[in-house]
Write a protein that binds this ligand. Structure first.
Ligand SMILES: NC(=O)c1ccc[n+]([C@@H]2O[C@H](COP(=O)([O-])OP(=O)(O)OC[C@H]3O[C@@H](n4cnc5c(N)ncnc54)[C@H](O)[C@@H]3O)[C@@H](O)[C@H]2O)c1
Length: 353
């Protein structure tokens, strides 16, 4: 199946490289890059220098019967018009996340694809991140650290908000739409329960018109507490994941799966030797000693290579169901909108989501 990429910036060019590797893996459902389209002549030149065909405009893609699919990797506000035009031209579609700027717009976009009878998929690629899959494994299997009751998911950069459009509200900028959409999607894939309340704070450290970070606390009906932290002002990061279970604690330090689990062999140690700590003495905060705990490696889960492309190409061929469901995508938007309301009004949102 031939696919064209619209928007050959950071992510569009990453897709072009990854699709090449996918094609080289001799997949059962191949994808072949037909070319790209970008409004920026410098990006067009970059593609041509990389040996990639550049379409003169989007109309040329719509008119080309050999191109069966498009991948849209433009700034967030330009996904919807391209999704509509691609659906009208009968092309299958991948849109980068976040597909839309609101739940309402996202729903409309699914409508375009449903009416045209084309596959419409969202690139929620972080469902296949190995750090996430490993934490999900810990969450799903109590033999690791018991029943998980609290999860902390953090991404912490020190580069501020990169680029231009990510700083503008009208273009769908801000860290909630950029990273929140991934981390909330991961959360909902992990915790199979209804959200009953949430509280969110946005940060504006750099004084941009959109949030450069956020802290979102979510409580689920089954009692699980989930914290999402997104920062762009941080030069020393906290671990990517900290997971608390009834029998132990797991830390996943980074995307490279460094970290480990500490499991309690004795739940309450009655013979804690206190320690000197700062200008005082404490038993409460004394570290557990060797015999009462056991260190374990993380139960690493490795992702199937190219799982996203494979599923997209197979679903266009009618051989597999799409892995990223409309209802899941719309629920992520409902949560992002509730978080934005919480941050704006400084309120706890008590809604079943
Ligand atoms: N899934 C992921 O892991 C991931 C990672 C990064 C970015 N993204 C998403 O990819 C999209 C692009 O982000 P980016 O970081 O590549 O941005 P970018 O600014 O690097 O690239 C965007 C490109 O789109 C082009 N463009 C702008 N308006 C256009 C239009 N009307 N028609 C055609 N081309 C146009 C720009 O010239 C630019 O080359 C965003 O939706 C972003 O959220 C996803």
């Amino acid at each position: 199946m031939k696919i064209a990429i619209i928007g050959y910036g950071g992510m569009g060019s990453y897709h072009a490289q990854l699709m090449k590797s996918y094609a080289e893996s001799a997949p059962a459902y191949p994808l072949e890059l037909a070319g790209i389209y970008d409004i920026d002549p410098a990006r067009v030149r970059a593609a041509q220098e990389a040996g990639i065909y550049a379409f003169a405009d989007a109309e040329q893609i719509w008119a080309d019967k050999s191109v069966e699919a498009v991948l849209i990797a433009t700034p967030n506000d330009v996904h919807a018009p391209y999704v509509k035009a691609a659906a009208d031209a009968g092309k299958h579609i991948v849109s980068e996340k976040p597909i839309a700027l609101s739940e309402r717009q996202a729903e409309e976009m699914y409508g375009y694809a449903e009416r045209a009878g084309v596959v419409f998929e969202v690139h929620q690629n972080r469902r296949w991140d190995e750090d996430f899959l490993t934490v999900k494994n810990i969450f799903d299997h109590p033999e690791h650290i018991g029943d998980v009751y609290r999860v902390e998911s953090r991404v912490m950069g020190g580069n501020g908000i990169p680029g231009d459009w990510r700083k503008r509200a009208a273009q769908g900028g801000g860290m909630m739409l950029d990273w929140g959409v991934h981390l909330i999607d991961q959360m909902l894939q992990m915790v199979k329960s209804t959200v009953v309340s949430l509280y969110c704070e946005y940060s504006y450290i750099y004084g941009e018109e959109v949030e450069d970070g956020c802290r979102l606390s979510v409580t689920f009906e089954n009692g699980v507490e989930y914290l999402i932290v997104i920062a762009t002002d941080c030069f020393r990061s906290l671990p990517r994941w900290q997971v608390y279970g009834t029998e132990g604690t797991a830390t996943v330090r980074d995307w490279d799966l460094s970290g480990g689990m500490t499991c309690a062999l004795v739940k309450h140690d009655d013979n804690i030797a206190g320690i000197r700590a700062g200008n005082g003495f404490t038993r409460t905060m004394a570290p557990r000693v060797g015999a009462t705990v056991k260190e374990k490696p993380l139960p690493a889960v490795h992702a199937e290579p190219f799982a996203f492309y494979k599923n997209f190409a197979a679903s266009c061929a009618g051989k597999e169901e799409r892995r990223i469901k409309k209802e899941e995508v719309l629920r992520v938007f409902r949560l992002m909108e509730a978080a934005a309301r919480s941050a704006k009004e400084n309120i706890v949102v008590k809604e079943r989501i």
